[in-house]
Ligand binder design. Structure first.
Ligand code: NCD
Length: 296
């Protein structure tokens, strides 16, 4: 079974993955390891930069006993002009048990999945989806809150280019949350309702900030030092208008002093940013269990 988008998952599959994520989270904290995927091989195929996603998939695989092989894309035959489809056919002939892919093109994970015999996990395709990030964000909130029912979530920043926002906007409402997307008008999708960052944050229970994805922009938008933070970023003043127990999230990588005041990011109580990273390993263990069908 592939894991390519939120829409491809049923409610019960989502519930199972999130439930297993909490299970693996407790296991990891207790130092218990599992061996269900011993002898299996995961391929990591990342055409875009990554710290958290790449490392947490590798760590998740190792915690389940699998081995990980990572294609160093910069030194691969991609640089000699090989197409993604030919790379996929080549990797398929090596018979991996799971392939995790991140690529710049929307729909690339689906295209690769159509070629591979092994299950494929989408670790981000262009500006389209990043389903395992949304799953780990939901698992992080459940860890803190139990249920997401009626929880008001403001997702703020570069919505136009954010696959994280797109996957979360699909997943979180299915779990009962109310999601509002907000950002600079230049960085909002054309079809999105226009809410200001101030309005979205006011009264929110959760504020999720997103980076300006400069690599996908042709302009120098948001370059002037301090300006973005002042106009659209998470400052102490904006946070003060949120719910009293507000929780702050960020998928990373953060640009401190741009979309978020660094002091807020470091707050031990209200910031869930480190918890998101810890939960990413547990959630990806649950995703590997789900796609392989090999249960611990
Ligand atoms: C995000 C991504 O790559 O989509 N990072 C992540 O996976 N945690 C967000 C980003 O690059 O800004």
């Amino acid at each position: 079974m592939d894991l390519l988008s939120i829409d491809s998952l049923s409610d019960s599959q989502i519930a199972t993955i999130l439930d297993r994520a909490q299970h693996f989270f407790a296991d990891n904290r207790a130092g218990r390891s599992r061996k269900a995927l011993a002898g299996r091989i995961l391929f990591n195929l990342f055409y875009e930069n990554s710290t958290r996603t790449l490392m947490s998939f590798a760590t998740a695989a190792h915690r389940l006993g699998a081995s990980v092989v990572t294609l160093p894309v910069e030194q691969s035959s991609v640089k000699k002009g090989e197409t993604l489809a030919d790379t996929a056919r080549t990797l398929n002939a090596m018979r991996p048990d799971v392939l995790v892919i991140r690529n710049r093109e929307n729909g690339s994970a689906e295209a690769v999945a159509a070629i591979m015999d092994a299950p494929v996990i989408n670790a981000g395709d262009g500006t389209n989806e990043h389903p395992t990030q949304a799953l780990l964000d939901a698992a992080t909130l459940q860890q803190r809150l139990g249920s997401l029912d009626g929880v008001k979530v403001a997702i703020c920043g570069d919505i136009r280019h954010s696959r994280v926002a797109r996957s979360n906007a699909k997943l979180l409402p299915r779990l009962g949350a109310e999601v509002q997307l907000a950002g600079p008008p230049e960085l909002m999708p054309n079809d999105a309702p226009t809410t200001t960052v101030d309005d979205a944050i006011a009264g929110a229970d959760v504020v999720m900030m997103l980076r300006v994805q400069r690599e996908r922009l042709d302009s120098d938008f948001g370059d002037a030092p301090g300006e973005y933070l002042e106009l659209y970023g998470l400052t102490a003043k904006r946070l003060a208008s949120a719910a009293p127990e507000v929780m702050v999230m960020h998928p990373g990588p953060m640009n401190r002093g741009v979309e978020i005041d660094g002091t807020i990011a470091d707050e031990p109580q209200r910031s869930l940013i480190t918890l998101q990273v810890e939960m990413s390993v547990a959630t990806r263990m649950a995703c590997l269990e789900f796609v392989t069908g090999i249960k611990n």
